[in-house]
Ligand binder design. Structure first.
Ligand SMILES: *Cc1c(COP(=O)(O)O)cnc(C)c1O
Length: 376
């Protein structure tokens, strides 16, 4: 393993990967640097964000749930495929095409990122291989079927806990073997540099829109911006719009059983140094959450840095609190949210703040079975 001090966020980030991957990371960084400010790339991405994804997404002022607070929801649940993940998948597919990679590998836990990856691969005529833990494939049947319909090949991963952590390791192994032809489409702001930065920039559209929209609606900035944190991509995307506004509190909400920032320690996982759930011997610990999208023992390195510097704060929410918030939003606003952003909403409603923007990262169709089973 080689360590480089590239792409660091204080003591976090970097490139903890086998030597054979360094050329691919360098190629990716060069490609990204070359196109990120290229007007033709921006125009192509902007056009597809509008006509394919459905951007800009609305900023909805809730009517009944806030009590004395004003709570606005940034409606990423209205994106094509039902969550913010398509923002990242679309941008990376465009980048892969410019790097002349015709094959995409991805990992997926709940299947949401796998569906987003399969979707953009269909759109661009790329081959798509998605690694998924066998346990997750059983739990997330509809998403496995969606990926099949979209023309992707889903490869079951049978070792370890048979979930996301092992699926990620398998995707990295495939990438190492096929690095000439293949782009690894990471689903969150994790992994070796330049991925955390790349994914942040592709999700920053959420924060740019939200800042403009709240200023237009209220004539002032919010007191707090709240988002759920799995790997951290929807949170870093919305935070990016408000990082420079020191008066705006940035609040990330983790699943209490997967609080990599709240109870984790420094360590290396999947190519980067960050804050990680681990036991006394430094072994990666298993995360537990009712919400598959938050059920990951790591988190993006920039969040660990924002926690240490105090610019952002990170709070836990339990399964029960998320379920209660999901029911409240469904019954009082007519919106069925995914379980992930329900964690953010649960904490947001208790914050000592008047004007709050919550990132509603995805819709709840995928979680119906889990919610109903729990209510029974
Ligand atoms: C995957 C997912 C998340 C967690 O991922 P982040 O990278 O932390 O944003 C959150 N919400 C929804 C709806 C998801 O599908």
């Amino acid at each position: 393993m080689s360590v480089a001090e590239r792409g660091s966020y204080g003591p976090y980030g970097g490139q903890y990967v086998p030597e054979t991957l360094m050329p691919a990371l360098e190629e990716l960084e060069r490609g990204w640097t070359a196109i990120r400010d290229d007007p033709s790339f921006k125009a192509e991405l902007g056009e597809l964000q509008e006509t394919y994804v459905g951007r800009p997404t609305p900023l909805y002022p809730t009517e009944r749930i806030g009590d004395t607070k004003s709570v606005y929801l940034k409606r990423e649940d209205l994106c094509h495929t039902g969550a913010h993940k398509i923002n990242n998948a679309l941008g990376q597919a465009l980048l892969a095409r410019r790097l002349q990679k015709r094959r995409i590998v991805a990992e997926t836990g709940a299947g949401q990122h796998g569906v987003a990856a399969a979707t953009v691969c269909a759109r661009f005529g790329m081959e798509c291989v998605v690694y998924m833990g066998a346990e997750d494939m059983e739990r997330q049947r509809p998403n496995v079927e969606r990926m099949g319909l979209l023309g992707a090949e889903v490869r079951p991963v049978e070792f370890g806990t048979r979930t996301l952590k092992e699926a990620t390791s398998e995707a990295i192994r495939d990438w190492i073997t096929n690095v000439e032809t293949t782009h690894y489409l990471i689903g969150s702001c994790v992994g070796p540099h330049p991925y955390p930065e790349l994914v942040r920039e592709l999700q920053a559209v959420i924060g740019r829109e939200a800042r403009e929209q709240i200023l237009a609606a209220e004539g002032r900035l919010p007191d707090a911006v709240v988002a759920c944190v799995g790997g951290g991509s929807n949170a870093i995307g919305i935070f990016a719009g408000f990082l420079a506004d020191e008066g705006v509190r940035l609040v990330g909400v983790e699943a209490a059983g997967a609080a990599s920032l709240g109870t984790g320690r420094p360590g290396v996982l999947h190519g980067a140094r960050s804050s990680i759930l681990s036991d006394d011997d430094g072994q990666i610990a298993d995360a537990h959450s009712i919400s598959a999208g938050l059920d990951y023992p790591g988190v993006g390195p920039e969040h660990a840095f924002l926690r240490d510097t105090g610019r952002a704060e990170y709070l836990p929410a339990t399964d029960e609190e998320a379920l209660a918030a999901l029911h409240l939003l469904a019954e009082q606003e007519g919106i069925i949210a995914a379980l992930e952003p329900a964690h953010a909403l649960a904490r947001a409603l208790e914050l000592d703040a008047e004007l709050i923007v919550v990132c509603l990262s995805g819709r709840g169709d995928k979680d119906l079975a889990v919610v109903l089973a729990h209510d029974r």
